[in-house]
Write a protein that binds this ligand. Structure first.
Ligand code: ATP
Ligand code: MG
Length: 405
């Protein structure tokens, strides 16, 4: 069977110097993981491109996988052919014969030549190949700007020549895991999964941290966070999910802190716990879904007082986005329906009716002095439950559920 090939263009990655190898390895690792079910795929990274070769006929499946891998700017199926004009023309005609050409469509040929010894220059290659296609497909007009089909002929310096006809947009960004590890504060809302997605696309490996407060919060609320994690795993690798029990802390806050300040104190507890989880899991940064002014805890004054408890970098990729932009992304990465489920998380259950939007540092510290901060944090960390969630999680859960019926 003929070997198939896809050529991957790196985008931003190609500007990286010494680290390029590491970036390529991360990308290759993810591609290998995502294509485990497609047999015998071979990956060849080189300076400017990555080639993927395989023999199975499942083109479509591989194309769907590659569309969602961070760090790929675009990719195209390529067809190797001997460096010989007759062979090139013959192969070009074969490729066009596989298209379903309609009246009114157009094409152009673009030639690239790194082998300056080749018998024709780029202009001549374009004209000769264009002529044979035009002769066979007389209803197909030549169009220089935005043609329906663009055939690229690349004459490489070493080996052979390559033809390509279709090009697919990649996800852009940087390879997953090439920019450190972040711990994502993942609630069940719309924002935090998008924050995670954006950092993942930028190359950051993600672990998810969810604060849950059973019996005040339901098992469905926890499940929601896990399903969101599965959706995120689609863009990276399986994700470590940390479920932190938070009820005891919230009960203590409710008992000792005035309602108006409880949100601030609660958030400070979350960050203290995050800090220790970062340390224990060797991560580099906290990621959350805060957006300036969205709710009381996200006014600039609140954020300052909340932030005071940690010196770990906090990444807030959504800080300057509007809700409708977040919703658009939620639809794009398919988290909208899950985030839209009605189950309340711990913040909502304990939400004060009138939270203070300009809390004062000294007052907050005063209230906190009534609480055993260290003990409560330690207890929450020690009872945190960890599991790995992969992108198949939702499908597996549904299958298990169907078996029960
Ligand atoms: P989201 O912001 O994810 O839509 P939300 O709007 O209910 O959920 P906010 O009150 O806006 O949450 O909280 C701001 C950020 O704090 C969230 O984006 C998330 O990163 C973090 N956070 C809130 N609640 C939780 C939780 N139960 N577990 C983990 N992180 C949380
Ligand atoms: Mg929010």
């Amino acid at each position: 069977m003929e070997e198939k090939q896809i050529k991957i263009h790196y985008g931003e990655l190609s500007t990286k110097g010494k680290n390029r190898k590491m970036f390529q390895q991360k990308m290759a690792e993810q591609i290998r993981h995502k294509t485990k079910h497609i047999e015998r795929i071979k990956i060849f990274p080189n300076r400017d491109f990555m080639f993927i070769k395989w023999e199975q006929a499942r083109y479509e499946e591989l194309i769907e996988v590659l569309k969602d891998i961070p760090g790929i700017s675009r990719f195209e199926p390529v067809y190797p052919v001997a460096k010989d004009m007759d062979a090139i023309k013959k192969r070009a005609l074969e490729l066009f014969s596989e298209l379903n050409i309609q009246d009114g469509e157009s094409f152009k040929v673009v030639a690239k030549r790194s082998d300056k010894e080749f018998e024709l220059d780029t202009y001549e290659i374009q004209r000769e190949v264009g002529d044979v296609i035009g002769e066979v497909y007389q209803n197909l007009a030549v169009k220089m700007t935005r043609p329906t089909y663009k055939l690229t002929v690349s004459i490489h310096l070493k080996d052979e020549a390559y033809l390509s006809l279709l090009s697919y947009q990649g996800l852009q960004g940087m390879p997953y895991g090439s920019s450190g590890r972040g711990m994502l504060m993942l609630s069940g809302g719309f924002d935090s999964p998008i924050a995670g997605y954006l950092m993942m696309r930028r190359g950051m490996e993600i672990e998810a941290v969810h604060f849950s407060s059973p019996p005040y919060t339901s098992p469905q609320a926890l499940e929601k966070a896990k399903k969101l994690t599965a959706k995120l795993a689609h863009f990276g690798m399986p994700i470590k999910f940390h479920n932190v029990p938070f009820a005891k802390i919230q009960e203590e806050i409710k008992a000792h802190v005035p309602d108006s300040e409880s949100m601030t104190v609660m958030r400070r507890f979350m960050l203290r716990i995050m800090d220790q989880l970062i340390e224990r899991n060797n991560a580099d940064a906290i990621v959350n879904g805060e957006s300036l002014g969205q709710v009381a805890s996200q006014t600039i004054k609140s954020m300052r007082v909340i932030n005071e408890v940690t010196s770990t970098p906090i990444f807030r990729p959504l800080i300057a986005t509007d809700k409708n932009e977040i919703i658009n992304l939620a639809e794009k990465i398919d988290t909208f329906d899950i985030s839209n489920e009605p189950y309340e998380d711990c913040c909502t259950v304990f939400a004060p009716t009138a939270p203070h939007t300009k809390p004062k540092q000294e007052k907050i510290e005063d209230y906190e002095s009534a609480l055993d901060i260290e003990g409560l944090v330690k207890d929450a960390i020690e009872n945190t439950h960890i599991e790995k969630i992969d992108e198949d999680y939702i499908r597996k859960q549904e299958a298990d559920f169907a078996d029960l019926l």
